[in-house]
Design a protein around this ligand. Structure first.
Ligand SMILES: Cc1cc2nc3c(=O)[nH]c(=O)nc-3n(C[C@H](O)[C@H](O)[C@H](O)COP(=O)(O)OP(=O)(O)OC[C@H]3O[C@@H](n4cnc5c(N)ncnc54)[C@H](O)[C@@H]3O)c2cc1C
Length: 599
């Protein structure tokens, strides 16, 4: 479609007004308050996954309140939520709106505007936009010097290829749950089919069963299987999620970012029986803590048991069960309203569904909790997508590059398996899906390597390092991203960013580790336990100290000669508050005065 021709220029355009886009805008303005920043988003409100139109009753944030805090905006204080309390979807939305208001971000947002495509425009970028939900709407051209893509990894639904053309009811993906929730729980709906084995499926089952509907929950036989259902609290009342924020956990989990430490070699190399025993015992203990008697109370419950025996493999991810989910699990075990089947639909006609296990039933609605597409950024042409390091169709990849990456990937795999022999023997009963697309190849999960190597620092991706501590990582990554775009990174990091070979090797190594460690958390791999160490790496790149707790503990006898700091660093959780003031600290380190525009 032709552009309308009108064109507006901004210094920075951010695509996406979710957590990552908003934090990026706020950080840019902190680094240089005079920056002309525009955020473009297709939704009618800010918030992305947590925007008002996408949330629905029953949607919960996985993690407890402190993991949502920003370093300078505390959820518990703002919303009066207790310290380790559960957080509802509408509270996340409220929090994010207040954050955006506090930092005056909302006036910089261009909502209801879909980005159709982005193209090079000399040394900058051209962003072609149209009114959202109007495929035929005329295109407007925006231009910018710097482009930040924060479009989220859960923006493009994956729709399984069931033939629903003869279905007499209605069906949708949970991306529409906010808009269609009322339709689903309406009196006219009696039977609902939920497809999928993850968080969205559990929530959809809960929504329907708690509204008195008959629910058929289908989890296909050969997929990743049901997700681990993890209690929000350990039996001793402590938070399970808190564990993921401790450095000690990254050691027990195997972390790619510090694999050369003696402790990692001791625990994971397989050469020390005591080390191997500690790791095996720990993950056995964790598995029992999480399983409890959850999968033994009913036939339905037994069908929800995850495939691998040990949680070490974390296949296929996990979901935290909140109070509302506990009621759902009770209904599941009661087996009156809910039936769980490890089967897939073979046909749908009228209201009748036939399954692969020969059962059939009638249904009024189908909710397809079938996940997300890897290529959630169709705003780049396939060739440009590959060039900047996004998943792309292999047909656009020149043969010489295919060969180049094959060699790098094989060497990386060898190195990973030598470091972590346990990863060579995944559970045999786990289905490992393969993507038809090339993998993400962004340095530090943010930077297009070819562009960086030739000194073109005009594009950055944020939000690709999926983890359970989104906000802290968003702040740290945003600072790194803005520093990169503004040419403020320290000389050592800048030198690394000019070294394409070193970046390629690093990417191949990390990608190979993630492929082996998070077997089928597909299409995106959620990093859990190595997150504090990834954040450390980003801080070190910025020239900032990663041991934030040690910085605040006195030395000498009051700090018991370093022992207090050591314990805090390894065994206390790391939260956004630990990173308070990093933007100012960084600005001072590069000779800038915080709060002042760029000279
Ligand atoms: C149902 C659900 C529950 C989740 N629960 C949790 C949880 O409990 N804890 C957790 O840590 N994470 C959770 N996640 C992961 C989620 O990705 C993060 O919580 C967080 O929302 C990521 O923020 P983001 O800014 O990267 O992306 P998003 O929140 O997805 O925001 C991306 C934005 O980009 C916009 N956009 C995309 N493409 C275009 C385009 N072409 N034009 C214009 N705008 C565009 C979208 O409209 C969206 O507003 C959940 C995800 C889903 C789907």
């Amino acid at each position: 479609m032709a552009s309308s021709g009108s064109s507006r220029h901004h210094k920075v355009i951010i695509v996406g007004a979710g957590f990552n886009g908003i934090v990026a805008a706020k950080t840019y303005l902190q680094v240089d308050p005079s920056t002309d920043v525009l955020i473009v988003d297709g939704e009618s409100e800010i918030g992305g996954v947590w925007s008002a139109s996408r949330i629905y009753p029953g949607l919960m944030y996985e993690m407890p309140a402190p993991l949502l805090n920003f370093s300078d905006f505390n959820m518990c204080k703002e919303l009066g939520i207790e310290m380790w309390g559960d957080v509802r979807g509408d509270q996340v939305n409220d929090f994010l709106v207040r954050y955006s208001q506090k930092f005056d971000i909302i006036k910089r947002c261009m909502l209801n505007t879909h980005v159709d495509s982005v193209e090079r425009n000399g040394i900058g970028w051209k962003v072609l936009v149209r009114p959202a939900r109007d495929e035929k709407g005329s295109l407007t051209t925006l231009t910018c010097d710097k482009l930040i893509v924060a479009t989220g990894i859960t923006s493009k639904p994956r729709i399984a290829d069931y033939d629903l053309s003869k279905f007499g009811g209605f069906s949708f993906h949970p991306i529409e749950m906010g808009r269609r929730h009322k339709e689903l729980v309406a009196d006219s709906v009696h039977h609902v089919t939920i497809i999928g084995g993850h968080k969205s499926a559990l929530e959809a089952v809960g929504t329907c069963a708690q509204a008195g509907k008959q629910v058929e929950w289908l989890i296909k036989e050969d997929g990743g299987g049901p997700t681990w259902l993890m209690p929000s609290k350990n039996p001793d009342g402590s938070s399970l999620a808190k564990m993921s924020t401790k450095r000690a956990m990254s050691v027990l989990s195997a972390s790619i970012y510090n694999s050369s430490r003696w402790i990692d070699r001791f625990l994971h190399s397989g050469r020390w029986w005591l080390g191997t025993w500690i790791v095996t015992w720990f993950w056995g203990f964790m598995t029992r803590q999480v399983q409890q008697d959850k999968y033994t109370k009913s036939e339905n419950g037994r069908r929800l048991k995850p495939t691998p025996e040990s949680m070490f493999w974390f296949v296929p991810g996990g979901t935290i069960t909140h109070d509302r989910d506990l009621e759902t699990l009770r209904l599941i075990d009661e087996e009156k309203l809910v039936r769980v089947s490890r089967a897939h639909m073979v046909s749908v006609s009228g209201h009748e569904v036939k399954l692969s296990n020969s059962q059939s039933f009638n249904t009024d609605a189908i909710v397809m909790c079938t996940g997300w597409e890897l290529s959630s950024r169709p705003i780049f042409s396939p060739t440009l997508a590959y060039d900047v390091g996004l998943p792309a169709d292999p047909s656009v990849v020149p043969d010489v590059e295919k060969q180049h990456w094959k060699i790098l990937d094989l060497a990386a795999e060898k190195q990973v398996l030598e470091t972590y022999p346990i990863l060579a023997n995944p559970p045999s009963n786990v289905h490992i899906p393969k993507s038809a697309l090339t993998p993400y190849r962004l340095f530090r999960f943010m930077v297009p390597i070819k562009m960086a190597a030739r000194g073109d620092n005009t594009l950055i991706f944020l939000g690709n390092y999926a983890n359970g501590r989104v906000q802290a990582t968003a702040e740290i990554n945003s600072l790194w991203g803005v520093a990169y775009l503004e040419g403020l990174l320290p000389p050592l990091t800048s030198a690394l960013l000019r070294n394409q070979k070193a970046m390629e090797k690093d990417i191949a190594y990390i990608e190979s580790f993630r492929n082996k460690r998070y077997l089928n958390c597909f299409p995106y791999r959620l990093s859990i336990f190595e997150t504090p160490e990834y954040d450390d790496l980003i801080l070190k790149d910025l020239g900032l100290r990663p041991d934030r707790k040690r910085m605040n503990i006195p030395s000498g006898w009051r700090g018991c000669f370093g022992l207090r700091a050591w314990v805090a660093e390894w065994f206390e959780g790391y939260f956004a508050e630990d990173y308070e003031g990093i933007v100012d600290e960084f600005l001072k380190s590069v000779g800038r005065i915080p709060g002042k525009p760029k000279p």
